[in-house]
Design a protein around this ligand. Structure first.
Ligand code: RP5
Length: 152
């Protein structure tokens, strides 16, 4: 994530990874304030054994795109809701990548962070049958938790 202030959103991605028992790391890497840290992180990610990068940032959210510029790993971008423009700035900064450098962009805020975790799980599950089973069970539990009618 681009800042400590993104944690309140990005913790929802981490919750999913924890629930599915997926090994992960959590870092603050700012495209603007720590550009060298970003280059080092993204350039070495694959060699360090990472498989998917979830990058969440807000405002002029260049983190996911610059991450994708430095690696061929799948990069999932989460637009963090900003105070000024409610995350529309984040969304548009992340989603409209030039052809050739993809960022899989999720929804603004908590839903996007949650789904980034689930999307990462889906990617990893392609080559991990045990994870595939855990992910199916997670989805089934979600289905089972939906009531037939609202409580009043
Ligand atoms: C972005 O600027 C971060 O991703 C964050 O969403 C936003 C604001 O950062 P802070 O000023 O709260 O550190 O780089």
């Amino acid at each position: 994530m681009g800042s400590q202030s993104d944690w309140e959103t990005m913790r929802h991605a981490v919750s999913v990874l924890e629930a599915l028992d997926i090994a992960h790391e959590v870092r603050i890497v700012s495209a603007h304030r720590t550009p060298d840290r970003l280059a080092e992180y993204a350039r070495t990610a694959a060699a360090r054994g990472l498989s998917v990068i979830i990058a969440g940032a807000g405002g002029a959210a260049h983190l996911p795109g610059m991450c994708a510029a430095w690696t061929i790993l799948p990069v999932l971008g989460v637009p963090v809701e900003s105070h000024a423009l409610k995350g529309m700035d984040s969304l548009l900064s992340i989603v409209q990548m030039p052809g050739g450098v993809p960022v899989g962009t999720l929804a603004i805020g908590k839903a996007g962070a949650t789904n980034a975790g689930l999307m990462a799980a889906s990617i990893l599950a392609l080559n991990d049958p045990a994870l595939s089973e855990r992910l199916s069970a997670w989805r089934q539990a979600q289905t089972d938790a939906v009531a037939d009618s609202p409580s009043r």
